[in-house]
Design a protein around this ligand. Structure first.
Ligand SMILES: NC(=O)C1=CN([C@@H]2O[C@H](COP(=O)(O)OP(=O)(O)OC[C@H]3O[C@@H](n4cnc5c(N)ncnc54)[C@H](OP(=O)(O)O)[C@@H]3O)[C@@H](O)[C@H]2O)C=CC1
Ligand SMILES: CC(=O)N[C@@H](CCC(=O)OP(=O)(O)O)C(=O)O
Length: 303
């Protein structure tokens, strides 16, 4: 039996990457619209009706509108529109109980790219009681320019962008609400993202004064052990040895995320998550969520 999948926004950065991961699969039939129809509401409504699952790869407002014409079709939304919305299941399979919730969900909100790295580092520590919920977390990160979709890609490829720059410096980044909700934080974290003048791949960092954590018991080893316990047996997330150079492009083209605990071994600790913003940060996780929803092997079409 095949599953009919409609990617709304297939011509965009995330949509194309999902299409590439699905188009050779014998268990998936892609419903595709031509250039003339891809933004036509009637054509899209028909495509939704024909699909078992639709994947929205659209700007937030267009994603909200798409839900209104999608009927009963199951949805995975790659945008930020529904990540903390009532009635939506958060599409981060690594979180406790989330695979079972995604498997039966009608509406799945795919996790954001910076949020993937941030929550992956925070949640094992809040669940283990190493970080209290009101911990004043400090997160930084850098992404390749494909993270900003077609418009940012055009700016960089025209040679009009700096080699490196900070943005969202007003502490207003759109991923903060989901980072708090699913990272287990009640206090708003500091989060400073950046863009590098390279296409793809990212790192996210969580900076900790480990000696100031409650009970002063959260040394480097305990933090690393909590991460290893949390991701034991996970198909895509691993904990690596600390190292001098961490390349944001190291896992490009894969659905993997590699965590490592850097620092001086005792007091000053930085946890690092390396992932592909278009892989584990977007399209890879969307396909992983699809696999879970349709009950096929979780890593089908993914490496
Ligand atoms: N890039 C990334 O790393 C990540 C992106 N996301 C999210 O995924 C979503 C898509 O992002 P991304 O692929 O980067 O963006 P792009 O700008 O590359 O692609 C968006 C696509 O949506 C199309 N589109 C816009 N409005 C409509 C509409 N009303 N009906 C049908 N199609 C429409 C655009 O058409 P046109 O080609 O004509 O512009 C474009 O093809 C966003 O919400 C983004 O925040 C999530 C995680 C990571
Ligand atoms: C480099 C860059 O601009 N990145 C995007 C995040 C991409 C992403 O994850 O967007 P979603 O929230 O839709 O998932 C940004 O910071 O707005």
């Amino acid at each position: 039996m095949t599953t009919a999948v409609f990617i709304d926004g297939e011509a965009g950065t995330t949509g194309l990457q999902i299409r590439d991961r699905l188009h050779d699969r014998s268990d998936i039939r892609l419903i595709q619209l031509g250039e003339a129809d891809r933004k036509d509401e009637d054509a899209r409504r028909e495509a939704f009706a024909e699909a078992d699952v639709a994947i929205l790869c659209l700007p937030d407002d267009a994603a909200r509108q798409a839900v209104t014409i999608a009927g009963d079709t199951r949805i995975i939304d790659a945008s930020t529109a529904h990540r903390v919305a009532p009635g939506w299941t958060y599409g981060m399979p690594e979180l406790p109980g989330q695979r079972a919730a995604i498997a039966k969900a009608r509406h799945v909100a795919n996790v954001g790219c910076f949020a993937t790295g941030s929550i992956a580092m925070l949640r094992p520590l809040t669940d283990a009681g190493i970080l209290p919920p009101d911990h004043p977390a400090v997160l930084t990160g850098v992404s390749g320019y494909t993270g900003g979709g077609k418009s940012l890609i055009a700016e960089h490829e025209a040679g009009q962008a700096p080699d490196f720059y900070l943005y969202a410096s007003g502490q207003s980044h759109k991923h903060v609400p989901e980072i708090m909700a699913y990272g287990g934080l009640t206090r708003r974290p500091l989060f400073q993202p950046a863009v590098g003048n390279y296409a793809q791949g990212m790192i996210v960092q969580l900076h900790l004064h480990a000696d100031l954590l409650p009970g002063n018991v959260a040394g480097y080893a305990r933090i690393e052990a909590a991460l290893r316990d949390f991701y034991a047996g996970d198909p895509f997330v691993s904990v690596a040895q600390s190292g001098d150079r961490i390349d944001p492009q190291a896992v490009n083209g894969t659905n993997r995320m590699v965590l490592s605990v850097q620092g001086n071994g005792t007091t000053h600790v930085t946890i690092v998550a390396a992932l592909d913003n278009l892989g584990k940060g977007a399209s890879g996780t969307a396909v992983q969520n699809l696999n879970i929803m349709i009950g096929t092997q979780e890593d089908a079409g993914l490496s």
